[in-house]
Write a protein that binds this ligand. Structure first.
Ligand code: URP
Ligand code: ZN
Ligand code: ZN
Length: 465
């Protein structure tokens, strides 16, 4: 079946231009000057709207086991919510926990996702234990299309790797072409601060942020960059970067021509330590995530927006890791260190970043680049995904700049009993969502189904210098 999207403005990383887009089956067949497309085709009128590549969220955690519970979105609920928000591909993190076999962790993730996804999906692999076996497994996984591995400098006893383990994994990645993704926080030092805070009776959610100071994110970011240098410029991607001084470390490495990249997430662009984590009573638990929200009295948010403009921050992902307040976040009543870490937002990334365009903080091109094109290039999905071009998958969002979106638990589709962005008003709206030529969302109605999303084996990054 073919479909001609007419009258819209197509946005890509190189600019915006009025064009009609012809979809044929699952792919984009052609791009025409307005009015020049075939006359005998079904049309979708996008007059006055933007036509952008479907969003790619390169950092999600469906069903992640954490803190004695599991992230509350399944691949079914989470990918449906993603579709509603204009995200047509997710890259989720398969997990090898310490002591487990890498391949078993990956098989478990395939079993969770297979037959349940509404949009296309791929995997990164979390290595919770770097040893001879997991290093060997890295080669095998690269061959199977899993070309990025996340390591943790945080969470001792759970996912933590020491510097020697990190170096070995980086050397392996340097050899096989993979990217190392790094959770850069000094978890050993953080654990000391956490124990000291609890001993003083400081148990409220805000102490989660206070015990994870910027210096320990910047220090770990610096150390990761240095270790990657020792591993002969192993490609390094810092995940969920939240703080100005960590950004400065990334910027310095990039200025030196290194293969160092970073993402930030909407929560760090909009939410703060004081206003959210510091909410009265136990309310702040809704916003416990790591890295933590930062102080509004410092320049983090201004610097992060600047980093997105300058490409020192290349990607915006959500780190979607939802937990319900009831029974899940509540595990940490009386002890902030027992609150499961994570915020849900897979449904809202495209809108929240578009608000940055409306506010004059980001160009239309950078919006598309950070939410779709660069994630595709960074993680070996380009040009199949991330661009409106002939031959690419017809993953297309028609976005209405004259629409409005109000974010609320009452209307969202994520499996969460609260919203991290309750009451936020966006001056724009996802109008139509197309995934491989199939209309999933149109005028608020849903036409997709679980199981239509395909697993995407990925190639190596095409973003390296
Ligand atoms: O708080 C977070 N970020 N939870 C998910 C796990 C991680 O570190 O990415
Ligand atoms: Zn992390
Ligand atoms: Zn994460």
């Amino acid at each position: 079946m073919s479909l001609l999207i007419t009258g819209g403005t197509v946005i890509g990383p190189t600019g915006a231009s009025p064009a009609d887009v012809l979809v044929d089956g699952e792919t984009i067949a052609a791009i025409y000057t307005p009015g020049a497309g075939p006359a005998d085709t079904q049309t979708l009128d996008a007059t006055g709207k933007y036509v952008i590549p479907g969003g790619i969220d390169a950092h999600t955690h469906m069903e992640l086991p954490f803190g004695g519970t599991f992230a509350s979105d399944t691949f079914d609920t989470g990918t449906k919510a993603a579709a509603f928000g204009g995200t047509t591909t997710i890259i989720d993190f398969a997990v090898q926990r310490t002591g487990e076999v890498v391949q078993d962790g990956l098989a478990a993730w395939h079993a969770k996702a297979d037959g349940n996804c509404h949009v296309d999906y791929a995997f990164h692999m979390i290595l919770g234990g770097v040893d001879d076996d997991s290093l060997k497994a890295m080669d095998q996984l690269v061959g199977e299309g899993i070309t990025s591995f996340k390591l943790f400098m945080a969470y001792p006893g759970v996912f933590y790797s020491d510097d020697g383990q990190i170096l070995r994994a980086m050397q392996k990645a340097r050899d096989n072409g993979a990217i190392i993704m790094m959770h850069a926080e000094n978890g050993i030092a953080i654990d000391v601060l956490v124990q000291q805070a609890l001993a003083r009776g400081e148990t409220d959610p805000i102490y989660h942020g206070i015990t994870r100071p910027e210096a320990l994110e910047a220090e770990a970011t610096h150390r990761a960059i240095m270790l990657a240098e020792v591993a002969q410029d192993c490609p390094l991607y810092i995940v969920h970067l939240s703080a100005s001084r960590a950004l400065a470390e990334v910027a310095a490495a990039r200025d030196a021509g290194r293969n160092v990249f970073a993402e930030t997430c909407p929560q760090y662009l909009y939410l703060t330590l004081e206003d959210q984590l510091g909410a009265p009573g136990f309310e702040g638990a809704k916003w416990v995530c790591s890295t933590p929200l930062r102080s509004k009295h410092e320049s983090h948010q201004k610097d992060l927006w600047q980093g997105l403009r300058s490409n020192d921050l290349a990607v915006v992902s959500t780190d979607h890791c939802p937990f319900c307040f009831k029974d899940q976040k509540e595990l940490g009543v009386g002890d902030f260190s027992k609150i499961p870490n994570g915020i849900g937002g897979v449904e809202h990334r495209v809108d929240l970043l578009y608000q940055g365009v409306v506010d004059g903080k980001l160009s239309l091109q950078r919006w598309v680049e950070t939410i779709a094109t660069t994630p595709a290039r960074m993680f070996g999905l380009y040009p199949r995904k991330g661009v409106i071009a002939p031959g690419s998958d017809a993953d297309i969002v028609v976005y209405d700049p004259n629409g409005r979106t109000r974010i609320s638990v009452e209307t969202h589709h994520m499996n969460m009993d609260h919203s991290a962005y309750e009451g936020y008003e966006i001056a724009g709206k996802v109008d139509t969502v197309i995934s491989r030529g199939e209309i999933l969302v149109s005028e608020g109605a849903y036409h997709g189904r679980a199981g239509r999303g395909k697993y995407l084996p990925r190639g190596l990054s095409t973003y390296l210098v």
